[in-house]
Structure formats: structure tokens, C-alpha cells
Design a protein around this ligand. Structure first.
Ligand SMILES: Nc1ncnc2c1ncn2[C@@H]1O[C@H](COP(=O)(O)OP(=O)(O)OP(=O)(O)O)[C@@H](O)[C@H]1O
Length: 259
């Protein structure tokens, strides 16, 4: 099941430094939303607050609300580990567990959540997750080989399989193609298109063609200068952001005049 995200008045701090200020955004279920903007404007920082991943850094904290279908992820008594199982994340560099087999990589998140699972259920889940990540046909004959033996693009799809194996509601992707060649990038983009039929997908990308190709909505973030907080400047349908932006800064950025 896929859920929506509503963010209200979110500020993100690293210690005393206000990195992102005053974000309000409503992200639809079963859609792809792209975050774009120049380096340092806080895209990754903001993305990580959507599943409380920033909390692994000491001193990183938020003010404001992030609601998953109306439930505040920062409410008292909410366990960040549970949040991260509902809202998965795929990183810039593919990070499969290198010595673990392909099969065990897919099951790693499920085991982390202390779920007991029979061999036949595990086999079915491995096939379903790898198929969902468009990787099954390439690896089905070598499931017991280490994940590190795959190509970069295959490793990234393995990470996506690992993320979807825990049945998340949302998948966050932080520049998932930046370490990949163009063919592998297209494979991931095709996969994102398929994933949105079941999940809410949010992707940070520096590649504007990619944002235009894969996303339904685009959020443009910007920063007024070094040491200033990043802000959400404009959020709209992707076609509007690229063809008819309301803000001059958005237009300058998407037309390549800065950033
Ligand atoms: N761990 C950290 N500790 C302190 N400040 C940080 C940390 N991570 C990021 N920042 C700062 O927060 C601001 C936003 O950084 P962030 O990485 O989120 O931007 P970004 O838009 O994702 O950039 P890029 O496109 O280059 O990846 C920057 O000023 C950055 O220096």
C-alpha cells in the first residue's frame, strides 16, 4: 500500500546551523516527485527527514511536522526504525552488503525487522522483490553468489529489491543514478515508472532531463547564499516547472542559467 506525505513548516538543523527552512509540501501517493536545485540547497537533507534518516547524525534535528497519511512521523512514541521500514531509502552509491549473497541481500531488511519467515516464503519474497526491481532474470541462476559480483546498475537494482522486500509505502531515492552508466540509468528510470504503480516515490536528482522524464511533480529548492538556509521555492506539475515556471529563479535554474 502506498501512502501520501504532508510536510508542514519543516526546519532542519545541523547543530545551530539552519540548513533547510520552512518547507511545506504535499506529496501524492502513487506518484513520482523530483527534488531539484543547486548544490547545497538542502535536497538530500530534506529527503532524509522524510524517514528520519538524518537522526543518525548527531546534532541533526527538525522542527515541524511530517505526516504519513496523517500520522506524524515525529510524534512521541514513534520508533524511527519502524518509520524507516515504512519509508525505504536508496542511496547515491549502490550499497549492497558485499559479502552477503544476492538472496540474503534482498532479505536483509526483513531479517532486521525480526520477521521470522519460512524458506518457501523467503524464496517467494526474493523472486517477487527481484522481479519488482527488474533484476530477477539476470540473477535467478546465481542467487547464492555475493551481491558485490554484480555490475553497478545491477547492484542499484538489488538495493531497490532490498528496499521493496519490506513492503514499504514510500521509497526515497537520493541521486540513485549518479554513479551509473547511461544504460543502467535508463533501466532505473524505467523501474521508477513501474514502482509508482505501487509506491510513492521521491527522488533527488541533479539531472534535469531525468526529473522531466520520470516525475509527475517537481520541487525546486534554492539557497540565497553560503550559510543561508535552503528553501522550497516552487512546487508544481513537472511540465509546469519545466515549461512555465512561476518564479524567475526556477526558470533560470531549469534553463541552465545557474546551478
Ligand atoms: N552532516 C552535516 N553536518 C553539517 N552540515 C551539513 C551536513 N550535511 C549537509 N550539511 C549542510 O547542509 C546544507 C545542505 O546540504 P545538502 O547535502 O542537503 O544539499 P544538497 O542540495 O543535497 O546538495 P548536493 O546537490 O550537493 O548533494 C549544506 O550547507 C551542507 O553543507
Amino acid at each position: 500500500m502506498s501512502k501520501r506525505i504532508d510536510v508542514n513548516d519543516l526546519n532542519v538543523y545541523y547543530g545551530d546551523f539552519l540548513a533547510v527552512e520552512g518547507v511545506n509540501i504535499n506529496i501524492d501517493a502513487k506518484s513520482v516527485t523530483a527534488f531539484i536545485g543547486p548544490s547545497g540547497c538542502g535536497k538530500s537533507t530534506f529527503l532524509r527527514t522524510l524517514n528520519r534518516m538524518h537522526e543518525v547524525l548527531p546534532g541533526a534535528r527538525v522542527e515541524g511536522e511530517v505526516l504519513l497519511d496523517g500520522e506524524d512521523l515525529y510524534g512521541s512514541g514513534v520508533d524511527p526504525v519502524t518509520v524507516r521500514s515504512q519509508i525505504g531509502m536508496v542511496f547515491q552509491r549502490p550499497n549492497p552488503f558485499p559479502t552477503m549473497s544476492i538472496r540474503d541481500n534482498v532479505l536483509a531488511g526483513v531479517k532486521l525487522n525480526n520477521k521470522r519467515i519460512s524458506k518457501s516464503d523467503a524464496d517467494a519474497l526474493v523472486e517477487k522483490s527481484l522481479s519488482g526491481a527488474n533484476l530477477w532474470n539476470e540473477v535467478k541462476d546465481r542467487l547464492d553468489k555475493p551481491g558485490s559480483g554484480l555490475s553497478g546498475g545491477q547492484q542499484q537494482r538489488l538495493c531497490i529489491a532490498r528496499a521493496i522486500a519490506v513492503s514499504p509505502q514510500v521509497i526515497l531515492m537520493d541521486e540513485p543514478c549518479s554513479a551509473l552508466d547511461p544504460i543502467s540509468t535508463l533501466a532505473i528510470e524505467d523501474l521508477i515508472e513501474e514502482l509508482k504503480t505501487e509506491y510513492t516515490v521521491v527522488i533527488v536528482t541533479h539531472n534535469m532531463q531525468q526529473a522531466a522524464r520520470v516525475s509527475d511533480k517537481t520541487a525546486f529548492f534554492n539557497i540565497a547564499g553560503t550559510g543561508k538556509p535552503g528553501k522550497l521555492i516552487e512546487y508544481n506539475d513537472t511540465t509546469a516547472i519545466f515549461n512555465n515556471p512561476a518564479q524567475k529563479a526556477t526558470e533560470d535554474y531549469v534553463s541552465g542559467r545557474f546551478g
